[in-house]
Design a protein around this ligand. Structure first.
Ligand code: GLN
Length: 223
């Protein structure tokens, strides 16, 4: 009987732009290759959630409106998500989902969306230039090719603690000034890459390995 890896897809019904659900499908495929079944739970509005019931958290991109809806609900999960991240558990956050781990997101309407404030970075909307197009960047696992489409510009407030996911070769990444894409902290990856990002097999396999390790730890703790 194959073991079941549990994935929490945060606000899947609201934060699902540009085919980011493909990331979860690719991971399910790779995990199946390694002999595991996957169970993907949509954790949406008004639900209880304990991050430690899961082996992996995924948070996709979304439009400003959906982000403002999610912002009203997600703050109650701050503690469990923080503890999960600090326990070295794996999480992948794309675009709007990535922005949510930071302090705040200033939107197109001039509204400030309060984010989870778990990690020291913030995002500001700039009306004059949407960052849209193909991207390529160098990462620890080799080059990654993807697609970005965002107006939010993300800036690290603590460059000791947060590391970029990659160094830009093509496109903008976090913002037009820093020449870097995404964020890494412990086993969390934040990224502006759609495409989905995990069509890049190098990074997809690295994350699948982290998920299997996280699953083994969870099973061992329960035993
Ligand atoms: N609404 C956010 C922005 O434009 C996120 C967009 C997205 O998730 N694709 O920056």
């Amino acid at each position: 009987m194959p073991e079941t890896i549990k994935i929490a897809y945060l606000y899947e019904d609201l934060m699902n732009t540009y085919g980011d659900s493909g990331d979860v499908k690719i991971l399910s495929f790779l995990l199946k290759e390694q002999g595991y079944n996957t169970q993907v739970d949509n954790v949406s509005l008004d639900e209880d959630f304990n991050a430690f019931d899961y082996d992996f958290l995924f948070f996709g991109g979304g439009q400003d409106f959906e982000q403002s809806v999610v912002a009203k609900d997600i703050s109650k999960h701050k503690e469990t998500i923080t503890d999960y991240i600090e326990a070295d558990k794996p999480m992948l956050c794309i675009c709007g989902g990535y922005q949510f781990l930071g302090k705040f997101y200033e939107t197109s309407g001039g509204e400030t969306i309060q984010c989870l404030d778990i990690l020291p970075f913030h995002t500001v909307f700039k009306a004059d230039s949407r960052m849209i197009g193909d991207t390529e960047y160098q990462t620890e696992w080799g080059n990654v090719k993807a697609f970005e489409n965002h107006s939010g510009r993300t800036y690290f407030d603590n460059k000791e603690m947060l590391k970029p996911l990659g160094k830009m070769i093509e496109g903008y990444g976090n913002n037009p000034e820093d020449g870097v894409e995404g964020m890494r902290y412990k086993n969390v990856i934040g990224s502006y890459s759609h495409g989905p990002i995990l069509k890049n097999e190098n990074i997809a396999r690295a994350i699948a390995d982290k998920i299997i390790k996280s699953h083994k730890e969870r099973v061992a703790e329960k035993a």
